[in-house]
Unconditional design. Structure first.
Length: 388
């Protein structure tokens, strides 16, 4: 039997709407988890159950999408005592993030795709829109069904393969033909399921850089939209290579918002600014957090010497800075963590944009672009406590 609260309409009255483009509307009507109407002073028939939320001092934007989150925790490079903690739904929603994609990293042994799926479903039960990549750093990738195509075809939460590691001493050093086969498997599995079926590549700081992906796109029929390299701002040489890669192949690249920038790393703010200066279209750039993953340190011999745990705070801070310092106007900057990401993941028909029929995933920002409230499928998951 349907509960009364499931029939409740929600009407958001806000100061303005960035969808990401600015809209004339200031009211958002939510019904059954989706946006039912956008307009001014929307009238609701008498007797209909409705909750009205007055937020005239706030800006409504698409809830942010983080395509690279170690939801079960990453790490382990220094032994079992260095495993990172899992993330909570609250930690996600407080940053204005409504959708996450879970990944496995170096450790595909003590953490498995089944473990990842369980966490993803747990986050969904708490209200977060959560998906996952099957696989991990290694080749052959660990899967749920024993096959990449079957994982994509039969498991709704699986939207791609990743994070497959290249140019990194922790990778399986996959051959070029192995990379091509795995990307092909992800592509066909995605086609069978009506998904994008992307292959999300972890790029280390090795000298080969993006060469395996350049060869893949140059030597096969794989379209560039199937291949997403991340961490391309590890160092300046790799970032320059990423700019060439994006321009030469009309490909997308993902910048990581490091919460602490080391001697080699480039902040997400600086990386996006540099890619734009090189002429990379803003629509080909996305940002992600890598949060709850490990940030290990190794000496010149490759021996582990220490680790920090990544957080998602830098993602929002670097994004805000792009707007505050006028590198990008708000509508274009929003794409970096909403509409562009939704397109890359194949979720653009329902996420990343505030439009009638789309999921009611909405973040309300104040004038400083700080998240004040987060809604996912019309349910409010976070509201900032303003009490003294």
């Amino acid at each position: 039997m349907e509960r009364a609260d499931e029939r409740l309409l929600t009407l958001l009255r806000v100061g303005r709407i960035q969808a990401p483009e600015p809209l004339a509307a200031t009211d958002i009507l939510i019904a059954d988890g989706r946006i039912a109407a956008l307009g001014h002073d929307l009238a609701i028939p008498a007797g209909w159950p409705i909750e009205v939320i007055e937020a005239r001092d706030l800006i409504a934007v698409p809830a942010f999408i983080d395509q690279h989150v170690h939801v079960t925790g990453g790490g382990g490079e220094g032994g079992c005592g260095t495993r990172c903690p899992a993330i909570s739904a609250t930690e996600i929603a407080v940053m204005g993030i409504g959708t996450v994609v879970g990944v496995l990293g170096t450790d595909g042994i003590s953490r498995s795709p089944a473990d990842l799926l369980a966490k993803v479903r747990g986050l969904k039960a708490e209200g977060i829109a959560a998906y996952m990549y099957t696989g991990s750093y290694r080749v052959p990738p660990p899967t749920l069904t024993g096959d990449v195509q079957r994982d994509l075809a039969w498991i709704p939460e699986v939207i791609g393969l990743g994070e497959l590691a290249i140019s990194d001493h922790r990778s399986s050093q996959p051959r070029q033909d192995e990379i091509a086969r795995l990307v092909s498997e992800a592509r066909v599995g995605g086609m069978l399921a009506g998904k994008r079926g992307i292959c999300h590549f972890h790029v280390g700081d090795g000298q080969r850089g993006l060469e395996p992906l350049r060869r893949l796109l140059a030597e096969t029929e794989i379209p560039a939209e199937q291949v997403i390299p991340t961490h391309v701002n590890r160092h300046r040489t790799l970032l320059e290579e990423a700019a060439d890669y994006a321009l030469n192949f009309a490909a997308s690249v993902d910048v990581t918002a490091f919460d602490e920038v080391g001697e080699e790393d480039i902040s997400a703010f600086d990386a996006v600014a540099r890619l734009l200066d090189r002429g990379v279209p803003v629509t080909r750039i996305t940002m992600s957090s890598d949060c709850n993953g490990s940030l290990p340190e190794f000496d010149a011999q490759g021996d582990y010497i220490g680790m920090r745990v990544a957080r998602n705070t830098a993602l929002i801070a670097d994004w805000q800075r792009l707007v505050h310092e006028k590198v990008l106007p708000l509508d274009q900057a929003l794409g970096l963590i909403s509409s562009h990401v939704a397109r890359v993941l194949g979720l653009h028909d329902r996420k990343g944009h505030l439009a009638v029929g789309h999921d009611a995933d909405i973040t309300l920002l104040d004038g400083d672009l700080q998240p004040q409230q987060t809604f996912v499928a019309g349910k409010r998951l976070y509201a900032r406590d303003l009490s003294p």
